[in-house]
Design a protein around this ligand. Structure first.
Ligand code: FES
Length: 156
């Protein structure tokens, strides 16, 4: 179950801001009726900020636990994944927003060097070859990129 504030602020881009919070519980219905009943989307960044070969991290919650995701652009198309390696559940970066290799062709786990395809999330080389990053759902709208949720995790 996703929880987010109906008017989430824009992410600062360094991935350490928490953009989500649970909706108020126990408030009178004349107040809670102004909140959407389910998930509110979260604005990650302006579309133009996500340039080719660049990434921006953002925070979200799953089952009331903080999670981190990252969005990037590869061959003109946006992608978004949970920032979790499929070898060991560690972040792919070292908190420094470094996901792409030096040529901007693959995503790299900084810990043991697993190599992932940016457009599919598939690990093509390394200790978790054949597994895929967990994709996150995003949409482009109103000049921005919005996180809209995450499908159930499917293990490879
Ligand atoms: S933790 Fe990512 S390759 Fe080992």
């Amino acid at each position: 179950m996703w929880h987010a504030q109906p008017e989430a602020k824009e992410n600062s881009g360094h991935g350490r801001d928490t953009l989500c919070a649970s909706l108020p519980i126990g408030l009178p219905s004349f107040i809670t009726s102004h909140y959407p009943p389910a998930v509110a989307r979260i604005r990650i960044a302006a579309t133009k900020e996500i340039k080719e070969g660049k990434t921006i991290t953002f925070s979200f919650t799953r089952d009331e636990r903080p999670q981190e995701g990252f969005v990037g652009r590869f061959k003109g198309k946006l992608f978004a994944y949970e920032n979790t390696c499929r070898h060991i559940p560690l972040t792919l970066d070292y908190g420094d927003n470094r996901f792409f290799d030096s040529k901007g062709e693959t995503l790299i786990c900084q810990t043991h060097g697993a190599v992932y395809e940016p457009d599919t999330g598939l690990c093509t080389r390394g200790p978790c070859a054949g597994a895929s990053l967990f994709a996150l759902e995003i949409v482009e709208e109103d000049g921005g990129v919005w996180f809209t949720g995450s499908p159930e995790k499917e293990l490879d």
